[in-house]
Design a binder for this molecule. Structure first.
Ligand SMILES: Nc1ncnc2c1ncn2[C@@H]1O[C@H](COP(=O)(O)OP(=O)(O)OP(=O)(O)O)[C@@H](O)[C@H]1O
Length: 272
């Protein structure tokens, strides 16, 4: 048959924190060059999944119990986190976690630490990040902690890109962002993918994630309960009801009251 090995293949992964099993027998595939999303509510195991892939679970007191993770057909199991980065996998952690007291520039440099390759390759990566997020060039010497939430998310993504990954792991990039900023981050993810990087996107914002991804998985209490082409999941009743917030009449009435109470906000939303 031949063909290209998947960017990521997770098979029967069970992982947790001490006695807590946060993931049970999870299997998923990110085909080469694809954007795949994992949807799920709070505590479903989304962050645990990304930590298991990036091999950073033990920094959170957790461990993989069984199962395998491979990238481009090669196992990542047992590797230290820096070797996972060398294997082409970079993670943007939940909550961004930029180095607040360091400058924007130094945060980006930190993303290239441990990366093999010459200065020219690193300079090219920095140019690519600046093209994607011009604000990071404008604010190069500013402390990262002074950036807005959306700009910090850009910095977190930019820092991960400095390692020139073949696979980007994104943990809830839209969390806490205004809709306009979330849309800008989504555009950047599209562009990153168009330039050849596969993406595993973990999101609670199902509407945004299903627009970006070609394939989606739903994780509930540590297990995959639904998976398929993103377009199919987007029209599935269960996903619409549970994750796309298809409103019932009470919720619609609440929303209408909120719009009356906050006319400026709703005008801003409508003008987008
Ligand atoms: N460091 C930790 N120590 C112990 N238990 C943890 C730890 N991190 C997560 N858990 C537990 O593991 C389960 C899965 O959590 P996880 O953070 O992976 O979910 P999530 O889908 O990313 O949720 P959220 O969207 O709220 O971040 C939850 O029951 C959670 O309480």
């Amino acid at each position: 048959m031949g063909g290209t090995a998947p960017a990521l293949e997770v098979k029967d992964l069970t992982a947790g924190y001490g006695p807590v099993r946060a993931l049970r027998q999870v299997s998923l595939t990110v085909p080469a060059g694809a954007v795949v999303t994992v949807l799920g509510g709070n505590g479903a195991g989304k962050s645990t999944l990304l930590r298991a892939v990036s091999r950073t679970l033990r920094f959170h007191g957790g461990s993989v119990v069984s199962g395998t993770v491979s990238r481009d057909g090669r196992p990542l199991d047992g590797l230290p986190p820096d070797r996972v980065v060398t294997a082409g996998v970079s993670q943007v952690p939940e909550g961004r976690q930029v180095f607040a007291r360091m400058t924007v520039e130094d945060n980006l440099r930190a993303g290239a630490l441990g990366r093999r390759g010459d200065r020219a390759a690193k300079a090219a990566a920095l140019r690519r990040v600046h093209e994607l997020f011009p604000v990071l060039a404008d604010r190069a010497r500013q402390q990262a902690g002074l950036l807005s939430g959306g700009e910090q998310q850009m910095l977190a993504v930019g820092r991960a890109l400095m390692a020139a990954p073949g696979l980007l792991l994104l943990d809830e990039p839209s969390l806490g962002l205004a809709p306009l900023m979330a849309a800008r981050i989504a555009d950047a993810v599209r562009e990153i993918n168009a330039q050849g990087t596969a993406v595993l996107l973990v999101e609670q914002n199902a509407a945004l994630a299903l627009r970006l991804a070609s394939r989606a998985y739903v994780l509930e209490v540590g297990e995959v309960t639904l998976s398929g082409p993103a377009a199919e999941l987007a029209v599935s009743d269960e996903v619409r009801r549970r994750y796309l917030g298809v409103v019932d009449e009470d919720a619609a009435a609440d929303a209408a009251r909120a719009r009356t109470a906050h006319p400026v906000l709703s005008r801003w939303e409508e003008s987008r």
